[in-house]
Write a protein that binds this ligand. Structure first.
Ligand code: NAP
Length: 484
């Protein structure tokens, strides 16, 4: 198979927070993989910018160790790595002071794409934006990449948008939700809008319900202080699950272009009904012999923050009237698994005898592990003995269907960074989308706070609180089993 990769122009990419955890674990290894695969143009330059008082040689060592730690051994070719390190330089910059800005200005070349990755805490966004402007480092075509969390609620998100808008135009701002960079998520759009097969059935008439699950086995992993102020609703639902819901529920955009896609996603968020309290379940994990309970991980003994949330949602429009969307996400669950499942209705009439084993079709779109899709269809069980039906998966796991090399798809971050350089905003959130998501989320969180809602406990490595199972049971449905 010949791959057609859209070329990338030469660029200067400045990573503010270039010595931080996100840079080390995701951004730098991702850039190496793009370089190794020949997707980085000649003349690509990456400039680390942070407070640490180090020079370029030391920074290259930092980049090298990040690549060696986070890129698989078989992709770490010493010659390639050496050439990659040659793209790097480092400038010590104080986001809150004057240090380093004129040096950074001197590093920037004319006539190449300029991109600035704000891989720092949100309190530094404004000071950095101001200094990029006052030192004439970022021109009108510069691209600004902003990391989550984009606000803590509607008010702070609006303030952040307003701050960014003082310095940059919306077409320059790339708000990252790395779920949108996942191969399967984009494949969901290819599946829906590149085939005739699914779209006619993709509505309330044929779909019984949709489940979206993002389950993790890890706890809060040393991020307790941040997480306890956030909880699953802010940390996962407002952004990642909301984006998955939008792509699943949206109308076909007129073309695959940034505003056409984002307009359709925004309409979905605006069509969401407020959630009834009985359709919401919050949970908090307990500990066991091996792992600590949430309250200990978060170092907040009486914390009421949720590490799990499940809910039933309605998208109030013609397409989805009467089809519930069930969402759940949580930490310390039985399996690390993210998927979207579209469960179709059962055939209106069965021509077969009772109990032949026939059930409804199910399309599952797996984000992790084993990115891919499968469609459960009913066939006749082979062999004699009458008409017995069985369900079999039509498996579209990329690794099996396309061969390992093709299935070795780029990580979400590396794909998104390359989209920034290409100037393609389709897979980034627009300011109004983020605000609409907060406008929907805020009243739910405020209601919890007002009535001092106490989350239900659940065992570590379970499927979450019993009440979450009941959310579907009472509708005569079941969650898909959590398994890797
Ligand atoms: P981090 O490890 O704490 O790194 C912070 C970075 O900011 C460091 O490079 C630090 O430089 C730099 N910095 C701090 N104060 C500065 C100043 N006054 N001037 C210049 N640079 C300064 O944080 P992180 O985990 O990488 O997270 C960065 C952003 O990504 C945050 O907004 C976070 O919410 C978001 N994010 C992170 C992850 C993740 O997995 N880590 C995932 C999703 C989103 P020095 O170390 O040199 O002082």
């Amino acid at each position: 198979m010949v791959s057609r990769v859209i070329p990338v122009d030469p660029f200067d990419l400045v990573i503010f927070g270039g010595t931080g955890d996100l840079a080390r674990r995701k951004i730098l290894p991702g850039l190496y993989r793009r370089f190794r695969d020949g997707q980085m143009p000649d003349g690509a330059r990456i400039i680390g910018a942070a407070r640490s008082d180090i020079d370029t040689a030391k920074y290259r060592q930092f980049v090298e160790s990040a690549v060696l730690e986070f890129v698989s051994k078989k992709k770490c070719d010493p010659e390639v790595l050496k050439a990659f390190l040659g793209c790097f330089s480092y400038v010590t910059v104080d986001a809150l002071g004057d240090m380093g800005w004129s040096e950074l200005a001197k590093e920037m070349r004319d006539d190449v794409v300029h991109a600035f990755y704000f891989s720092v805490g949100p309190r530094l966004f404004e000071p950095i934006a101001e200094r990029l402007k006052s030192h004439a480092i970022a021109g009108p075509d510069a691209r600004i990449v902003v990391e989550k969390p984009f606000g803590h609620d509607l008010e702070t998100a609006r303030a952040l948008n307003a701050t960014m808008a003082q310095h940059f135009e919306e077409r320059q701002i790339y708000r990252i939700d790395h779920y949108l960079g996942k191969e399967t998520v984009q494949n969901l759009m290819a599946l829906r809008f590149g085939n005739m097969l699914f779209e006619p059935l993709w509505n309330a008439q044929y779909v019984d319900h949709i489940q979206i699950t993002v389950a993790e086995t890890v706890g809060v992993e040393g991020r307790g202080a941040y997480y306890d102020r956030s909880g699953a609703m802010r940390d996962m639902v407002q952004n990642h699950l909301m984006q998955l819901l939008c792509l699943t529920a949206m109308e076909p955009p007129s073309k695959f272009d940034p505003d056409a896609v984002r307009d359709e996603k925004l309409k979905v968020i605006r069509a969401l009904d407020p959630v009834e309290p009985e359709d919401l379940v919050r949970g908090q994990y307990l500990g066991d012999d091996d792992v600590a309970p949430y309250t200990q991980d978060a170092e907040a003994e009486d914390s009421r923050t949720e590490s799990f949330v499940a809910m039933k949602l309605h998208v109030s429009n013609w397409r989805w009237n009467g089809t519930p969307f069930y969402l759940r996400t949580g930490k310390r669950l039985r399996a690390r698994m993210s998927e979207i499942v579209v469960r179709f209705k059962e055939p209106p009439h069965s021509i077969f005898e009772e109990d032949t084993g026939q059930s409804a079709n199910e399309l599952s779109i797996r984000l992790q592990p084993n990115e891919g899709m499968d469609l459960k269809v009913t066939i006749k069980e082979p062999g004699p003995g009458g008409m017995r039906l069985i369900d079999v998966p039509l498996d579209m796991t990329f690794a099996e269907a396309l061969g390992e090399e093709v299935a070795d798809v780029p990580d979400a971050y590396e794909r998104l960074i390359m989209d920034v350089i290409r100037g393609n905003q389709t897979l980034f959130m627009r300011g109004d989308e983020v605000e609409a998501a907060w406008a929907w989320t805020d009243p739910i969180i405020e209601a919890w706070q007002e009535r001092r809602d106490v989350p239900h406990s659940y065992d570590a490595f379970s499927s979450g609180p019993e009440e979450a199972l009941m959310l579907l049971h009472k509708d005569g449905r079941r969650w898909r089993e959590l398994r890797e």
